[in-house]
Design a binder for this molecule. Structure first.
Ligand code: PMP
Length: 609
């Protein structure tokens, strides 16, 4: 299913007409279309609302629904207040999630995109985010002033990280020069125009192209008719937003202070691990040379799985060639269309990709907001579909973590299937360094635990552990990443096995590393940086602006300090940051060096901004 939200740069811009056109275009191939007016104000009793009007205009069999209506023709919050009621933003979102299945859902907003829905000022961009809307269609009247209106409205959508485009709607007799300059102005401002609907026309020009664009079939741009041209268009788009990434060779390890990688326990150069890897290479060979079901699964793999199971207290396990593959396989196999899937909004890309593969619809609760998760679980308690909850323990870009004890309680009450990614918690937390699930007493409720071998365990690859043998065996049978891919190399397996021993030995020092993280965060805050409290090895320094994040990271690099500049789409727009990852071996001189290097950009100095 795909969801669109039709909103506008203003009220009275022809949203209902656009909804009707969309219902026709999207329903033409027999797809089941729903027209959903989210909030309607100025409802005259007995006369159908916008949803019914759009349905009539479309002449289709779509289903028309209205979630909330008020009689006064005012902005939603005011119209509600006039009746002694209030708009519940959460209530609207929950009603939206409870709607029956269809192929296309077209939500229609009220007023313009930034019209507040409640007294906290949450607007249609917020609604789109919470309701899991895939694309925002912003209707703008094609007249003088359109460029300004479109830029403002599009900026709001872009700022919320939403995919959006403009629908130019000719509401009055057109003036050719204005129409032409609108198109040229929007193009040079980088605002995508998805559709143009002529005066008095029922449909936009080229409805097929509109359909393809809304289905996400084609990236925009005239160059998209050749593969290389399409790639060039993708790059140009990234370039325009200052978000193009480039591959470059890392400087030699000895020459830099690397606070960008995930080697939190500083084991990637550990002599004991190197010896274990070298010995395995000689004894077992440098490659598994075949997929696990052929001859790639060896004694070395079995030994590693047994060690991982005993470390975490699980019964069954599998190994993968990367964490990305592990999450894709586990979630892509488990979550199917029709399941109820609840995931923290900031879960790693590998998990989202896995979930989408199985066709599941993901309800993404606000980051760490377990109250919201609980409300959603209660709301859906009567639904027969099985429920899956997916989260990380330590979040890779924020370095924070949910209350896993509370998640375990929710699990006991609501009986969902729980998949937990512990990639960034290993070593730093938990008994013997086995992570946060064990540390918080929640481990017994976790159904699948995913861990990576390429971070703290200083090797490469990943693992997933299971309580239920059938879950493991299903993956062995159907997960493409397992069945059709060369098994993890014996060198990686032996190195990871040795690393578990080292991590266990070092874990007595966890308190010291955690304290160092707390102190470093406090020191950065006292220097004026925006850094959250915490004790994990991932220290995010919020800069918000993409260019600034990149500029500071480059400046540090020039001084021999590597930190990651994390920008969209890895994190939501407007939340760019430095990601400083700590290591157990850092000492006071290293922390002082980073602080002093950062000072050139410190907030308020105005240098390098
Ligand atoms: N899970 C999380 C939480 C991650 O941050 C990452 C990548 N850093 C992965 C999985 C993917 O692991 P890998 O790098 O082994 O593919």
């Amino acid at each position: 299913m795909q969801q669109l939200l039709v909103t506008g740069s203003d009220t009275g811009v022809g949203k209902t007409r656009v909804v009707a056109a969309l219902a026709r275009i999207l329903g033409e191939d027999g797809s089941r279309v729903q027209i959903v007016k989210v909030v309607e104000t100025g409802v005259v009793p007995g006369s159908g609302g916008d949803a019914e009007r759009a349905l009539r205009m479309s002449g289709t069999q779509a289903l028309a629904l209205t979630l909330e209506s008020f009689s006064r023709p005012l902005a939603p919050a005011a119209a509600a207040a006039a009746e002694g009621r209030r708009v519940s933003f959460e209530g609207l979102v929950e009603k939206a999630w409870a709607l029956p299945e269809c192929d296309w859902r077209i939500f229609e907003g009220a007023g313009g995109i930034a019209t507040p829905l409640d007294d906290r000022g949450r607007d249609w961009a917020d609604f789109a985010e919470e309701a899991g809307v895939d694309r925002l269609v912003i209707v703008v009247p094609d007249r003088l002033g359109a460029i300004n209106q479109a830029r403002l409205a599009f900026g709001r959508a872009e700022g919320a990280g939403l995919a959006a485009g403009i629908w130019l709607n000719t509401v009055e007799i057109p003036d050719a020069a204005t129409a032409e300059s609108n198109r040229a102005g929007l193009q040079s401002a980088g605002v995508p125009v998805w559709a143009e609907q002529g005066h008095g026309a029922d449909l936009p020009a080229d409805p097929g192209a509109v359909h393809r664009r809304l289905s996400g079939v084609h990236p925009a741009g005239p160059a998209a008719d050749s593969f290389a041209g399409r790639c060039a268009a993708i790059l140009a788009e990234r370039e325009k937003k200052h978000l193009r990434r480039r591959l470059r060779v890392a400087p030699p390890r000895e020459s830099v202070l690397n606070l960008a990688d995930n080697d939190y326990l500083d084991l990637a150069r550990d002599p004991a691990l190197a010896a274990a890897a070298a010995e395995a290479a000689v004894r077992e060979g440098t490659s598994a040379s075949a997929s696990p079901l052929i001859t790639g699964w060896t004694e070395g793999h079995e030994r590693l799985v047994a060690a991982l199971c005993s470390w975490h207290g699980f019964d069954f396990g599998l190994l993968w060639t990367s964490g990305y593959a592990a999450n894709g396989a586990v979630l892509g196999t488990l979550a199917q269309r029709g399941d109820r899937v609840y995931a923290d909004r900031l879960i790693h890309h590998s998990m989202i990709a896995g979930l989408l593969r199985g066709g599941a619809r993901i309800q993404r609760y606000p980051h760490l907001d377990l109250d919201r998760l609980e409300r959603w679980l209660e709301r859906d308690a009567r639904q027969a579909a099985p429920a899956l909850v997916v989260t990380e323990s330590v979040f890779s870009m924020d370095g924070d973590f949910p209350d896993l004890g509370r998640l375990a309680e929710l699990k006991r009450k609501h009986r969902f299937f729980w998949v937990l990614d512990e990639a960034h918690a290993l070593g730093w937390y938990g008994p013997g360094g086995a992570g946060l699930a064990l540390a918080s007493g929640a481990s017994g409720e976790v159904d699948v635990l995913v861990g990576t071998l390429g971070k703290t365990l200083a090797s490469g690859g990943a693992y997933s552990l299971f309580r239920d043998e059938a879950v493991r065996d299903a993956l062995v049978n159907v997960a493409g990443e397992f069945v059709y891919s060369t098994a993890l190399s014996p060198v990686n397996a032996a190195c990871a096995l040795a690393a578990i021993g080292r991590v266990r030995d070092l874990s007595a020092d966890q308190g010291r590393w955690q304290e160092a993280s707390r102190c470093f965060r406090g020191a950065l805050r006292s220097d004026g940086w925006e850094v959250p409290d915490g004790d994990s090895p991932i220290v995010p320094v919020r800069l918000d602006d993409e260019d600034r994040a990149l500029g500071v990271a480059e400046g540090l690099r020039a001084q021999g300090i590597l930190v990651a500049a994390v920008r969209p789409p890895t994190v939501p727009a407007g939340t760019s940051r430095l990601r400083i990852s700590l290591k157990r071996t850092l000492g006071p001189a290293d922390f002082a060096r980073v602080r002093s290097a950062l000072r050139a950009w410190s907030p308020g100095r105005g240098v390098g901004r």
